[in-house]
Design a protein around this ligand. Structure first.
Ligand SMILES: C[S@@+](CC[C@H](N)C(=O)[O-])C[C@H]1O[C@@H](n2cnc3c(N)ncnc32)[C@H](O)[C@@H]1O
Length: 219
């Protein structure tokens, strides 16, 4: 899968690319490309944003700058999904992650300050996605959230330390929340591990885990 990110801060992604799962699949299952708006801006002095028409505070990412960035990489608006990361977008959840992970290529556009000129969202993008009902200072963290959530689904992404088969929101748990986990010591400060987990009875353990998952998931 190829994920392209357009950003004002390409170096912000260094940490992500050094960590699993992204580091594990980079160059094999995942091709991650980072593009800086300033590298292709048609404006002088690396300008990428401007004051909002109608007045008010802040700076808005210019549509000609975003278009020039897409032109430079794809020769226009590409056929694959181009996703604006914005609080006004469709909220990311596990089903949206699964949908995106099924694509061969996606492009993520991030903004900073006041956000996108709306024409970027309506004319250059096919989707708009929000990572939650709160406002972050830039689209870099949302882009990393999208990339990480997709990367962990790619073949070979996860080591033996974790499993994506049975985890929160998975079909194995009927889309519900995962049951609690415990590890050694079996008792700490008088806080014991549930007896069933020490019983060695896999049938009872499985039943307990399902019950816990259902109880946590119920509204
Ligand atoms: C400070 S925010 C802009 C907020 C915008 N003025 C508003 O009130 O909705 C700057 C940029 O961060 C990114 N961003 C912030 N919160 C986000 C969220 N919840 N989901 C996705 N992107 C977000 C977007 O790229 C956004 O354009």
């Amino acid at each position: 899968m190829q994920i392209d990110v357009f950003t004002l801060v390409p170096h912000a992604f260094a940490w992500l690319t050094e960590q699993r799962p992204v580091a594990t699949v980079l160059g094999t299952e995942l091709d991650l490309r980072l593009f800086g708006y300033r590298d292709t801006t048609p404006l002088a002095n690396g300008q990428v944003d401007d004051a909002p028409y109608g007045g008010g505070a802040g700076m808005v990412l210019r549509v000609d700058v975003a278009a020039a960035a897409l032109d430079a990489v794809y020769g226009g608006v590409p056929d694959h999904r181009v996703i604006a990361l914005t609080p006004q977008g469709r909220q990311l959840d596990q089903s949206v992650v699964a949908e995106l992970a099924g694509e061969e290529r996606i492009t993520l556009l991030s903004a900073r300050f006041e956000g996108f000129d709306e024409r970027i969202v309506t004319h250059l993008c096919s989707d708009a996605i929000s990572v939650g009902p709160y406002v972050l200072s830039g689209g870099e963290l949302p882009a990393m959230v999208v990339i990480d959530s997709i990367a962990r689904r790619l073949p070979g992404a996860l080591g033996s330390e974790e499993s994506a088969v049975e985890e929160s929101f998975s079909a194995e748990l009927d889309g519900g929340l995962e049951y609690p986990h415990y590890t050694r010591p079996a008792e700490f400060r008088g806080w014991p591990v549930p007896e069933v987990l020490l019983s060695g009875d896999h049938g009872r353990i499985e039943e307990w885990r399902r019950d816990q998952s259902r109880a946590r998931t119920a509204p």
